[in-house]
Design a binder for this molecule. Structure first.
Ligand code: DC
Length: 227
């Protein structure tokens, strides 16, 4: 039988990565960070000196770039044409470019195809913006993770500082707002909660509590499937 797919969507800084990784570890599932894939294309676009507004060139670049996710020392790393770009894709420039790049339909088409291939065997926890709505509308478990704007900005700043990157909370909060607005209002696969997704507001929850809640949803779905 095909192993389940757990889709976790939500805005930036809602804690998707930490939580998705935690759920994947608990279940022995594969964790897939789709945001990292959009970021990797954005990084290649910047490196190539292509304007993010030049959709045709961006799509052509996306089509010829090989994106791979691999575990290195227990952490998921992103490779673009064989180069480990895991750190570069978290830079403010790549973060800023990822949003307009991800709004280009040709880029989405290419990465969605890749995401579906990666999850062919099932047994994955995939996080992003459109996993439960577009990539896997039939995912067995769909979670929409959210938190207040303040919490989300604080978390992103902490994450960046841990990576040794400079971060100013006011600037991060403003950029996050812009990005969420753009990600939610784009024509192709906007960030939106699937009608059958379970909303989890993580504001007053610890990471472990959120993971427990998602694993409980998963266990219920499994039990219902067997009944
Ligand atoms: O989750 P993140 O911040 O790493 O995502 C980077 C950008 O990619 C963000 O602007 C939204 C976009 N994205 C998307 O459009 N679809 C996804 N499935 C994942 C990310």
């Amino acid at each position: 039988m095909h192993k389940p797919i757990i889709a976790i969507d939500g805005p930036a800084g809602a804690g998707k990565s930490t939580v998705a990784k935690g759920v994947a570890d608990r279940l022995g599932y594969l964790y897939i960070d789709t945001g990292a894939m959009y970021r990797a294309i954005a990084w290649k676009v910047l490196q190539a000196g292509i304007a993010v507004s030049d959709a045709k060139s961006v799509v052509a670049l996306a089509m010829r770039t090989r994106i791979r996710l691999s575990i290195v020392d227990g952490e998921q790393h992103v490779f673009a044409d064989g180069e480990d770009v895991s750190r570069q894709i978290r830079s403010p420039e790549a973060t800023r470019a990822a949003s307009p790049v991800s709004a280009i339909p040709g880029v989405r088409k290419r990465l969605v195809e890749l995401q579906r291939e990666m999850a062919e065997e099932g047994g994955v926890v995939m996080e992003g913006r459109d996993i439960g709505t577009v990539v896997f509308p039939n995912a067995q478990v769909k979670i929409f993770l959210t938190a207040s704007a303040e919490q989300r900005a604080e978390r992103r700043v902490k994450q960046m500082r841990e990576m040794g990157l400079e971060a100013d909370i006011k600037q991060i909060a403003a950029e996050m707002r812009d990005r969420d607005l753009r990600d939610s209002s784009r024509a192709d696969a906007p960030l939106t909660q699937a009608p059958d997704a379970i909303l989890v507001d993580t504001d007053h929850m610890t990471v472990d509590q959120v993971i427990d809640a998602i694993v409980a949803v998963y266990n219920r779905a499994e039990a219902a499937e067997e009944a």
